[in-house]
Write a protein that binds this ligand. Structure first.
Ligand SMILES: [Fe+2]
Length: 315
């Protein structure tokens, strides 16, 4: 059982079919894979890392230490279940950027992150195209499904996980599945900590220099009618070293209507009953906000209940 690593260069040579098959297997059985040679220059990723780590040292570290002191977290003796051992900020890129409004970023860092977002947006769309091919969906289906009236929502969560004295009592990030579409992660290549749940076991996502880790969110599970699944993951804080994690979320637009692709709903009478609901993406996000660290199934059920009520109301 080896964590799936995809060499994207091979998509553009004679190993295309085998590489696509590897991605298909990863989507069906892992919900996660790691990309090498994805087209984003290693030197550019080094620049993103340098700025992000510099910004953490300059603007975030002290604030985090004060938070830890104010909640006396160094000395806890029972498990903390209502917070994560992480220092974060969020940048929105689409439908419109808010990078200019984020405090404490110097101009050069803003510029680098804007460029980074453009590259990742392109990579996310390339991956959605490959997923369409693998699923037998018409070209552009997923991009269109995410589009809504103003295009996708795209944003980046920049996190640092400082060394933690009690990693067994405070998670870096508690277990959850991601709510959205497809997630692209540029993670620290030295300080590990990200784990996914597979067949009841927590498995490390291996840190690899200049790789991009990809995982699928709840919306792709709905659209594929469960052929692909969002997978639970968490971050274990380490006792040594600060872990950098830059996760970019390519999600549907807030008014996009999400439902299983008709082509992926089984045609036989017995299986025709759709398992997954139809809803407006923002309604799902409103629900997720309060239930992120709970299993996803009740969220799907809740959306189904809303859908049923809407259907009854319109009869
Ligand atoms: Fe996540």
């Amino acid at each position: 059982m080896e964590f799936p690593v995809i060499n994207m260069e091979k998509l553009y040579g004679e190993e295309r079919a085998a590489t696509k098959e590897k991605i298909k297997d990863a989507c069906e059985n892992w919900g996660f894979f790691e990309l090498l040679n994805h087209g984003i220059a290693p030197e550019f990723l080094d620049t993103v890392e340098r700025f992000t780590k510099g910004h953490y040292k300059k603007c975030m570290e002290q604030r985090f230490k004060e938070l830890v002191a104010s909640r006396a977290l160094e000395g806890v003796e029972t498990e903390i279940k209502d917070m994560d051992w992480e220092s974060t900020f969020f940048l929105r890129h689409l439908p419109e950027s808010d990078i200019a409004l984020i405090p404490d970023l110097d101009d050069e860092y803003r510029k680098v992150m804007k460029e980074f977002a453009l590259k990742l947006e392109k990579l996310a769309e390339e991956l959605l195209g490959l997923l369409c091919e693998n699923l037998g969906l018409e070209k552009g289906y997923l991009k269109k499904a995410f589009y809504g009236s103003r295009g996708p929502t795209f944003g980046t969560k920049v996190s640092n996980y400082p060394p933690c004295p009690k990693p067994d009592l405070i998670k870096g990030l508690r277990a959850h599945t991601d709510a959205g579409g497809i997630v692209l992660l540029f993670q620290d290549d030295k300080v590990s900590g990200l784990q996914l749940l597979k067949d009841g076991q927590w498995i490390d996502v291996p840190p690899m220099r200049h790789s991009i880790v990809v995982n699928l969110g709840d919306q792709l599970e709905v659209i594929t009618n469960g052929k692909y699944k969002s997978v639970e993951h968490r971050v274990i804080a380490q006792t040594d070293g600060t872990r950098m994690s830059i996760a970019s979320f390519y999600n549907p637009g807030s008014d996009a209507v999400i439902y299983p692709a008709p082509a992926l709903v089984e045609a036989t009478e017995a299986e025709k009953k759709q398992v997954y609901p139809k809803f407006v993406f923002q309604d799902y996000m409103n629900l997720y906000a309060g239930l992120k660290f709970q299993p996803k199934e009740p969220r799907f059920e809740a959306m189904k209940a809303v859908e049923t009520n809407v259907a009854i109301a319109t009869v």
